[in-house]
Write a protein that binds this ligand. Sequence first.
Ligand SMILES: C[S@@+](CC[C@H](N)C(=O)[O-])C[C@H]1O[C@@H](n2cnc3c(N)ncnc32)[C@H](O)[C@@H]1O
Ligand SMILES: [Zn+2]
Length: 188
Amino acid sequence: MSKKSALLPGEKCDSKWAEVRKSGIHGRGMFAKKKIPAGTYIIEYKGERIDKDESNDRGWAQFDRAKETGDAAVYIFTLDDDWDVDGNVPENSARLINHSCDPNCESFIEEDKIWISAVRDIEKDEELFFNYGFDLENYEDHPCYCGSKKCVGYICGEDYWKKLKRKLAAKEGWKKRKKKDKKKKKKS
Ligand SMILES: C[S@@+](CC[C@H](N)C(=O)[O-])C[C@H]1O[C@@H](n2cnc3c(N)ncnc32)[C@H](O)[C@@H]1O
Ligand SMILES: [Zn+2]
């Protein structure tokens, strides 16, 4: 993968630990510029603070756009019961961090700010990932290509993995039954 910065004109990245580069998983991502020790606060996830109504409207607008363009990217982060953060702004390069089912980073909220930190030591040039924590609503719109051994095939939070695996097994069983029925019909 190229080690060149892929920051576009007008975008900013103020992390001393990581930079934006082209990703082998999807579009652009963020990569370690140097070794990052576990626990390091790597970058703040910045954005526009919006209330839940506005967040809902933007979420639906994105949903409609995704139907037209196939771009299902989601940048809205829950801050608390009243407020969300829409990270789709050029000064927020943390918005480009991709998802993995076996991530080397996590997101957390501290004093009203969203941070991305390292959950283990990260080597120079490793791509940064966190788990987006999506629920299972529309999970089929979010296939996961993280390539990790733990990958569950779709972008969703670990809390939903059991349920997802049950859903996928049921779907597989249904497909097999349909195939069998088709074969039977052909024979008769
Ligand atoms: C917030 S954006 C991340 C930045 C994105 N790579 C870009 O260049 O704009 C989230 C979108 O990236 C893609 N993405 C992130 N992680 C992915 C993964 N593990 N597998 C497949 N697509 C992924 C999905 O399209 C997702 O909706
Ligand atoms: Zn995955």
